[in-house]
Design a protein around this ligand. Structure first.
Ligand code: ZN
Length: 319
């Protein structure tokens, strides 16, 4: 009998261990977008239903609290932390009032040298999807290589999915050059006003908000793994310093641009984060956090524009 009871206890212990997982959610934008080929925007209406679900069924916590617990080997079941990458202005405009309404904390990762600008991918997306006419071939002189995309017979989204990975590997100056070449070939003007990252003054004001923590996301949103060690240390280290100096706070958290372990960042990138004294960093690998998760590659659940029931299903499946 005693043996049976101890086996039952062990089973309960094991199952409670299995359930010990938390979720870090990855959002980018809170806005209604007509075209969103990379699933970056959640409408304000859907975002509100996400917050209602989290507050009703889970425990919203700040990212830094979740990480502190995880580093001590304590992962509280059903803790959920919200993160936003890139620092889009629409997160403040549409997302922040809802975070306040539900009193849910969030961490926002800023690109230190792109404040107030539109990211290169928005300009690429809008040109490819919106220009009435595109040439049969799109050509780019990328310094070390010339690339040509034959786009005959392809849908606009297919064209975008061919060009985007090439842009992803470019250096910051490379993005600007390639965009100039794109503009010269498509000859149409696009409106980037609704695709802007927060300006410095907006970031400084946001840093004072009791629900918000700011983190760093490099200086130029580069694919760190494509850079030499020295350049990686600069992108990581300087972004942490610049954001910290601008808001007069110590920046304690970092997320990797694009975020897939091995493809977008590597061991050198992790060393660059460690060297700045940070205890952790966030990837974009789709998974929940357990006590065994590597604190320098913490996975996140990418949230797309799901309605309330589908968002509840997503969390239910993972937690
Ligand atoms: Zn990003």
């Amino acid at each position: 009998m005693k043996l049976v009871r101890s086996l039952q206890t062990a089973g309960r212990w094991a199952s409670s261990r299995v359930r010990k997982r938390s979720a870090i959610l990855l959002y980018h934008r809170i806005v209604e977008l007509e075209d969103d080929p990379f699933d970056m925007a959640v409408s304000p209406k859907n975002f509100e239903s996400h917050l209602a679900t989290i507050c009703e069924r889970y425990r919203p916590v700040s990212l830094l609290n979740l990480v502190r617990d995880q580093l001590q080997g304590e992962v509280h079941p059903s803790s959920v932390a919200l993160t936003f990458d890139d620092g889009y202005a629409d997160v403040v405009r549409y997302g922040l009032p809802l975070l306040e309404k539900y009193q849910v904390p969030a961490t926002i990762y800023m690109i230190s040298d792109c404040l107030g600008e539109s990211p290169w991918w928005d300009e690429l997306i809008l040109h490819i999807l919106k220009c009435p006419v595109l040439p049969q071939n799109l050509k780019f002189d990328l310094g070390s290589q010339e690339v040509s995309f034959s786009i005959k017979g392809l849908t606009r989204k297919e064209i975008l999915k061919r060009i985007y990975p090439v842009f992803q590997t470019l250096s910051p100056g490379g993005h600007s050059d390639a965009l100039v070449q794109l503009r010269g070939q498509v000859e149409c003007s696009i409106d980037l006003n609704d695709h802007r990252l927060m300006e410095k003054r907006e970031m400084i004001a946001l840093a004072q908000h009791p629900l918000i923590t700011l983190g760093a996301h490099t200086m130029n949103h580069v694919q760190l793994a494509t850079l030499q060690n020295k350049a990686q240390h600069r992108e990581v280290g300087r972004s942490i310093d610049k954001i910290g100096e601008a808001v007069n706070q110590q920046i304690e958290t970092f997320s990797y641009p694009f975020g897939i372990s091995g493809r977008d960042f590597n061991q050198c990138s992790i060393e660059a984060v460690r060297k700045k004294g940070l205890s952790h960093s966030l990837a974009a690998d789709m998974n929940v956090v357990t006590a065994k998760s590597d604190p320098f590659r913490l996975p996140r659940l990418w949230v797309s524009n799901l309605d309330g029931p589908r968002f509840a299903q997503l969390l239910n499946r993972w937690l």
